[in-house]
Design a protein around this ligand. Structure first.
Ligand SMILES: [Zn+2]
Length: 174
């Protein structure tokens, strides 16, 4: 699943369940929703310039080194490898409970939404990692999404539209 779809779904889930109360928590939610794909060697999480405002000088210079590290991670552990283990999300939740800082819960929450969303795709995720790296999905294979397919785009567009309407209503009614 593409980074933008992961972000949109995480924001919808956060807003529906219990909206984060501060900007650091919203940021942690977005970072958590993208973090597992640091093993992809590309994408939004390995492109810092996409995160920084246009006026930051030389922001694109950051992209190359971060992408090199991401490619190294991909070569070392593979895409949808350890970073896509649900065990990592469980570890993040445990850490969030220990630390009690609100943003750590949103990081774990975003990470969890990423894994759930990826398990709706054809490739699935390694649910039993590290015991097994076999990828499985939550749906029968013929109902699973193909990354970048028109269905994924419709889901992403629906999510962003809902967020836009929801934000507009929140601003209008306070
Ligand atoms: Zn992923």
């Amino acid at each position: 699943m593409r980074g933008r779809t992961h972000v949109a779904l995480a924001l919808v889930a956060g807003r529906l369940i219990y909206p984060p109360a501060d900007s650091l928590s919203w940021l942690a939610l977005i970072v958590g929703a993208l973090a597992p794909d640091f093993d992809s060697g590309g994408g939004l999480i390995s492109k810092p310039s996409a995160w920084l405002p246009d006026f930051v000088p030389g922001r694109r210079l950051l992209d190359a080194p971060v992408r090199v590290v991401s490619k190294f991670v991909r070569a070392a552990v593979g895409h949808r490898g350890p970073l896509h283990y649900p065990a990592v999300a469980v570890g993040l939740w445990a850490l969030a409970i220990l630390l009690t800082w609100p943003w750590t819960r949103w990081l774990a929450f975003g990470y969890t939404t990423h894994l759930l969303a990826d398990s709706l795709t054809r490739s699935g995720i390694p649910w039993l990692g590290p015991l097994s790296r076999e990828c499985r999905g939550l749906l029968p294979k013929r109902f699973r999404l193909r990354t970048g397919s028109p269905v994924e785009r419709i889901i992403e567009l629906t999510a962003w539209s809902w967020l836009g309407i929801s934000l507009w209503q929140a601003l209008k009614w306070g």
